[in-house]
Design a protein around this ligand. Sequence first.
Ligand SMILES: Cc1cc2nc3c(=O)[nH]c(=O)nc-3n(C[C@H](O)[C@H](O)[C@H](O)COP(=O)(O)OP(=O)(O)OC[C@H]3O[C@@H](n4cnc5c(N)ncnc54)[C@H](O)[C@@H]3O)c2cc1C
Length: 422
Amino acid sequence: MISGFGGCVHYGDGVKLSLLPSGRRLIDHFGEDRAGELCERAFQFLTVPLAEQPLLRGTCLGAPVTTAFAGHGLAIREYPVAVLGETQVRAMLTALHGFRDDALTVWEKSELIATALTGDRLTVTVATPGGPVTVDTAQLVLATGRHGVTSTQNLLTAFGVQTVAPDMSLGVRLETRAEVLAAIGVEHPDLKITQLEQVDRKTKTFCFCGGPNGGRIKFTNYQRSFGREVITLDGHETTERRPGARPLAANFGLLCQLARPGTSAEVRAEILSDYWRLSAGRPVAQSLRAFMARTAEPRSWPELAAAVTFEPSVQDLSTGRLDSLFTGAEHASLVESFRRVMGSILDHAGTGASTDDLVDDVLVIGPEVEFLWDRVPVDEDCKVPGLPIFVIGDAAGIAQGIVQAAMMGVAAGDAIATGMPA
Ligand SMILES: Cc1cc2nc3c(=O)[nH]c(=O)nc-3n(C[C@H](O)[C@H](O)[C@H](O)COP(=O)(O)OP(=O)(O)OC[C@H]3O[C@@H](n4cnc5c(N)ncnc54)[C@H](O)[C@@H]3O)c2cc1C
């Protein structure tokens, strides 16, 4: 499944295809050579429908950019990234949708609802618009992404699979004028900066949506996977939007790895109940000034949106104390990390502006989350040992990303094809 809840690659979106070593946990998982081969095949599979192979950027960065970041004690992670604009994404989706016709039977608007093991085979029940369908299968591949956050775990737990607690991250998305992030977005379209030394809690930039056309913030609707409605954020880069009366916006995520007391289930429950209390599980916005100072945002969302110099990319927001979702140490780490990253970006852009000049022209929107779900112990074929079940992509909890999900799909496909009668 290429396009759906929790994922991107929708008609109208742009995407970034980030290659290894982005998603480096897959190098540990598959080994360097196999991971490299899978990455190449996944990238090829995704981009073969395009009229031209996309340009890869993000490596061999020049001295001006590395010097600007080194000046703030930061080093950029280099890896190849292809930015696919809206037209290219449409071409890719159309081709992949056509591909399935000869090879697959697809039940649309359908959901796997039950699985039972009989001997070494599985009986799988799928709720389809025409009613439940039950099939018998020798292999099941779960590529349920974030939508399966609780249902996939429940399914595996029922088979006695012990999942592994995640390294959960919680953060915010920062939106400002596209012009501010344009130069760095051209240099490295998926800028990832991890900060360990200078801050109390590990932080990293996440899903950078800069470049001359900026990017849009998108909601990730977990629906009732956690028992009550929860919507978090993500972003995607664009190349073809046209500005209206105000300049376009660009954004990037800044995440903080949590080190709170309690089990992962308890920490997740704490985050979600704080979020429900704050805004009934719907994203909120705060000016950078109020977020940094940990004060209430005095303006309503329409007033705040009107006060910035750019057109915010989402409108369905309210203002609130987003900062209150973070502990003191998490908040301090996010603010310090932002100062260093934005300071480097501004130095590289060479406009002479400082981070303090931006406090009233950056919206802090959130929350954004990563790995609220457990990791599934899969082998090098992405198979759950002892079961005819493969778990791939986001659902496996190893690495996120389009290429990374496709790599795992290729690995599972190889293993299944190898085991089939000739
Ligand atoms: C807004 C946004 C922007 C992003 N931008 C990028 C980017 O630019 N580059 C990048 O590399 N990554 C990006 N990501 C992350 C990327 O989309 C995911 O890592 C990737 O899509 C994971 O693929 P997947 O197949 O594992 O899961 P998904 O793409 O989430 O697909 C899972 C599918 O399974 C379906 N499903 C779930 N449970 C069931 C069930 N029980 N029965 C049947 N179907 C089920 C879901 O509805 C969904 O369609 C972005 C994510 C978001 C939300």
